[in-house]
Every structure is written in C-alpha cells, then in structure tokens.
Design a protein around this ligand. Structure first.
Ligand code: CA
Length: 239
C-alpha cells in the first residue's frame, strides 16, 4: 500500500458543515495536514460545489439548511465517486444510516476529535484508486460466473454491463476477488480497504457487503458471488 500522499497537487477536501466554528476548525486542521480545504454551509451549495469541481473527499454533516446530508450524499453519488465521510451527532443515527444505501465511505460520530477526522481523510486517500496499483501482482480479470472483476482497470461488469459501485464497494470486491480462495475476516477487509489505522465498528463491512450484494443481485442465501463464512467473514465465490 502506498503510504505517501502526493505532494505535487494538494488533495482537495470539501467540508460541508453549518456550524461555522466547527467548519473553520476542521478546515484549519486539514490545511495544516497539507490539504486544500473548501467550505460549504448549506446542502444545496455543497452539491453545486461538487458538481462544479469535484473534490477528492467530502466531509458531510447531516443536519444542514438547504438540503439534508443524506440527500446531498445521494445526489453527489449520481455524478461523482469522490470519497464521502458523513459526520453525525448521534451514534444511533450511524446505525440507521449505514442501513440506508446513501453511498458514504465512512462515518464519524460527533463530537469527534478533529485529528481523528483528518486521519480518516488521510486513510481514505491512501487507498489505491484508478491511478494506484492493486494489491495483487497477477493483474488480469477475475471472473465469477456472469461477474467480471478487473482490478487493474478498476472495472466491474455483470452480464456484460458495467456495475456502478461506490469506491468502497469496488475496493471491497476487488480485495475479495483478487484472492478468491481466501476467507477474509472483517478486520482483514478493513486493513485492506480502509487501512490498518482505521478504528471503529467492524460491522461497517457487513453493511457495505450488503449494498454490494444488492447491486450484484447476489442473495445471501444463494450467494453466487460473495459467500458468508460463518465465524470468519467473507470470501469470493459460490457458497
Ligand atoms: Ca449541522
């Protein structure tokens, strides 16, 4: 995994937060960490800003004037696959949220330490993306019935059609597909996809797997593509 953030062009983070003091503090810490931080204080402004010039990461508060954060996330996902971290005031909200297919990559409960938030942003950006190298050295496309996973091209096709996945869903699938014989624990998947520094509820993995299965039309009972390995976690292939 590449641990070095690119130093030539600073990565851009859009902070969407209506509490201006908090927004300013988050922006200051992000700038200090070498990011270009931009601010939006309203939901509709945030969608417009991402549409005009997509940032690398959006830090998204839920309670916003103009348009609530869930709707902001949904709208952004229709035209951008930038990383989205949702920040919310209540722990219970996170549980509800991760049950909704809003397409966020990570969640942070308020009050959060701003350093923790910066660490989460850095972790997301360390993930291999379209320009990064995949974990396997084999390359090539992996096929599972009607499903084709191309780790180098970061492409996923089902029945010949491209599947629209969030970056997190795609990275999870690529991790599983490049080592199809291996049963991954939730922690192993977190280490691969979120990074070894990620701390939080490991059941976040289950939620992203559930979204992935829905998009792949993969019923957990029949499990054509992703199998639940009891007491372990997940592996690729038929159950
Ligand atoms: Ca708010």
């Amino acid at each position: 995994m590449n641990d070095q953030l690119s130093t030539d062009t600073p990565r851009r983070v859009l902070v969407v937060e209506d509490e201006r003091t908090l927004a300013g503090m988050v922006a200051a810490y992000l700038s200090q960490a070498g990011f270009t931080a931009e601010l939006a204080h309203r939901g509709d402004d945030a969608v417009a800003a991402v549409r005009a010039d997509p940032p690398d990461v959006v830090v998204l508060d839920l309670g916003l004037p103009g348009m609530d954060g869930i709707e902001v996330c949904r709208q952004i996902r229709t035209f951008s696959d930038c990383y989205i971290i949702i920040t919310t005031a209540r722990k219970e909200e996170v549980d509800t949220l991760i049950g909704l297919s809003v397409g966020a990559d990570d969640y942070l409960t308020k009050p959060f330490g701003v350093r923790e938030l910066v660490a989460r942003v850095q972790t997301l950006l360390r993930r291999p993306r379209g320009d990064g190298k995949p974990h396997d050295t084999e390359g090539g496309t992996h096929s599972f019935g009607a499903l084709l996973v191309d780790p180098l091209g970061h492409q996923v096709h089902l029945h010949g059609q491209p599947v629209a996945l969030t970056p997190t869903e795609r990275d999870l699938l690529i991790t599983l597909a490049t080592r199809p014989a291996m049963a991954f624990s939730r922690r192993q998947l977190i280490d691969e996809v979120w990074g070894t520094g990620w701390i939080g509820d490991e059941h976040l993995v289950d939620v992203h797997i559930a979204h992935l299965r829905k998009k792949l039309d993969d019923d957990p009972d029949t499990a054509r593509y992703i199998t639940t390995v009891r007491g372990v976690g997940y592996r690729m292939g038929k159950g």
